[in-house]
Design a binder for this molecule. Structure first.
Ligand SMILES: CC(=O)[C@@H](O)[C@H](O)COP(=O)(O)O
Ligand SMILES: NCC(=O)COP(=O)(O)O
Length: 250
């Protein structure tokens, strides 16, 4: 419970800004794992703005060698294009422990909503089955107000609660406007046999209250805030602080 998967997208953003090899996403991932992180997450975007296919292959090799989980996120319906083979092919090539399906579009700055499970059920069901057949645990990006019955009917193993609205409410000093809905959705998900992950804009400030209100989660994936905080605190110290928060929120 309460496992930490570090999203290293932001390291690739910095690297790509100069076109060279630094900072090295594999070296950063190694440092996170050395500090105790339970896994590594990437969300390669079809436009190649940060993580690229070669990063996915290198991180798959690293996580396999270290015996930790690799989580690849993405839109399973986004077509391949030069430099991006598509989520399905990436998973066939690397067999991550977990694939997280996210309904994001090219024009989005970042992920900002979960699936409409009832509307997407017939499209998702065979997609989920295909990833399951590859040996991947399948998690689906979900809003707090999602239809858990339809989510479970897709055959997925977990949902990942989209925590952007939680981060916004926490920052605004109005956490109670959204927290009960997240907690209730997590409760219903577990009752339906789904595991519960969480991610997006989680930070050292807002993480503990969220996890405690849900009675724990299976995994959080954290990138933007963790990498930002690491600029002040150092990467290994930052990862350890997240692990301490998660351990205390058990
Ligand atoms: C699904 C999710 O919330 C994260 O993967 C987030 O979208 C990170 O992606 P970016 O780093 O591209 O913003
Ligand atoms: N699934 C969420 C994730 O991987 C990281 O999101 P963020 O912390 O970069 O917002």
């Amino acid at each position: 419970m309460n496992r930490l998967s570090v999203n290293v997208n932001k390291i690739a953003v910095l690297r790509n800004s100069r076109g060279g090899a630094e900072p090295d996403v594999v070296r950063v991932a190694e440092a996170c794992l050395d500090a105790g992180a339970h896994g590594i997450t990437v969300h390669p975007r079809p436009d190649g703005r940060h993580i690229r296919a070669d990063d996915v292959y290198a991180l798959a090799a690293l996580t396999a060698a270290r015996g930790v989980e690799f989580n690849i996120e993405g839109n399973p319906f986004a077509p391949p294009r030069p430099g991006y083979p598509g989520l399905r092919i990436l998973c066939e090539q690397t067999r991550p422990a977990q694939v997280t399906l996210v309904p994001d579009g090219d024009g989005q700055l970042t992920s900002d909503h979960g699936f409409d499970f009832a509307a997407e059920l017939e499209r998702l069901r065979p997609m989920v089955a295909g990833f399951t057949a590859l040996g991947c645990r399948v998690s689906l990006f979900a809003d707090a107000a999602c239809d858990i019955g339809a989510a479970a009917a897709t055959g997925a193993d977990r949902i990942e609660l989209y925590t952007g609205p939680w981060a916004d409410a926490f920052a605004a000093g109005t956490p109670d406007t959204v927290l009960p809905a997240f907690a209730e959705t997590a409760r219903r998900a577990r009752a339906a046999g789904l595991g519960v992950n969480a991610g997006h804009d989680l930070s050292q400030r807002n993480l503990a209250a969220f996890v405690a209100a849900l009675g724990g989660v299976d995994e959080v994936s954290i990138g933007h805030a963790l990498i930002s905080e690491a600029l002040y605190q150092g990467l290994e110290v930052t990862v350890r602080r997240y692990l301490a928060i998660l351990a205390a929120a058990r």
